[in-house]
Design a protein around this ligand. Sequence first.
Ligand code: CAA
Length: 389
Amino acid sequence: MSISIGIHDLSFATAEFVLPHTELAAHNGTEIGKYHIGIGQESMSIPGADEDIVTMAAAAAAPVVARHGSDRIRTVVFATESSIDQAKAAGIYVHSLLGLPSATRIVELKQACYGATAALQFAIGLVRRDPAQQVLVIASDVSKYELDSPGEATQGAAAVAMLVGADPALVRIEDPSGLFTADVMDFWRPNYRNEALVDGHESINAYLQAVEGTWKDYTEQGGRTLEEFAAFCYHQPFTKMAYKAHRHLLNYCGQDTDNDAVSAAIGRTTAYNTVIGNSYTASVYLALAALLDQADDLTGKAIGFLSYGSGSVAEFFAGTVTAGYRDNLRTDANRAAIARRTPVDLAGYRDLHERSFPTDGGDHATERHTSGPFRLAGISGHKRLYQAR
Ligand code: CAA
């Protein structure tokens, strides 16, 4: 008999500051409807000078470890596009900040926004091998495009921490998966760049091709039918993309694409991403958090997940919401993580955007910005220095 494996706990953190799109629109003369309706974004999270993927990841994971302990966690998989080191896994800093046991394996995964889904699937494999073990999957990203570029309005930052184990309290992840890979240059970031390069309109087409490709494979692998799903969590580089993707899927399947059907499938999944912005690897799991926090009772219902990472790799898979899941949600904390952000004005945002550490190996302290539990205190001898606040 196959055991039930999936997401046992889910917690997220975002950044200290928030820039409303009204500020950006006033600066660049964009009609605000393009942001609010055209791409479906209201505001974006902006990390303080002493925040990065590690501080957000540790802030997301700390409540998970506090609730469940770390005795069963023997693996941490950290997925990110915005890595801080070419060699050392960011998860090792999180391991240290959270005081996890030394008997832990830690690795970092990369494939643009898709990495956390690979991490989730690898975690399920590990748990299947030894159901007593749990895996901490972390997705953490700071999305950064050039100032005054079309991508700028889709930036954001967040981390999601998921505890993966047997008999999950939230969502059971099902077989099969539908897979799709294509060698495309829609979004990429050479090692010498802080900001992503993107062919915006090509990236939307590449995403839609991946929706078709994953669904085709999912169906061929014997997956569920479209009608069986109560909702769909898509990767949301901007929330309108989820609507485009679902409309495309319905069309591909020869179904009606009326607005009500699309809104019913997507509407409850966008609440967090619309105010946080693109969090790359974390985005599809923020969609899940929003769905579980907002919706009526979803017990026993099937949810479709479409994870897309430019370049490109994508995966469609299903999850079933488990009985009693509502007792294990973090709805208040999730809403507080968003509400606690401090508004930043355009000049402040642009200043933070352009900051980077000198590369001279000297001692460079960061300004105190974060009110979160962990901070990046500075850099010294090319080493990043993290501390509990
Ligand atoms: N009121 C309402 N809607 C308006 C409007 C107004 N006043 N003005 C414009 N719009 C609408 C447009 O009609 C358009 O909608 P449709 O796409 O439905 O036609 C929408 O607003 C956007 O307008 P444009 O296409 O003219 O906007 P743009 O040229 O500035 O580019 C973008 C938009 C391509 C998404 C750009 O923000 C970008 O490059 N973003 C980064 C790349 C990205 O997010 N790609 C997504 C797929 S790749 C991926 O998913 C991986 C990842 O995370 C990066």
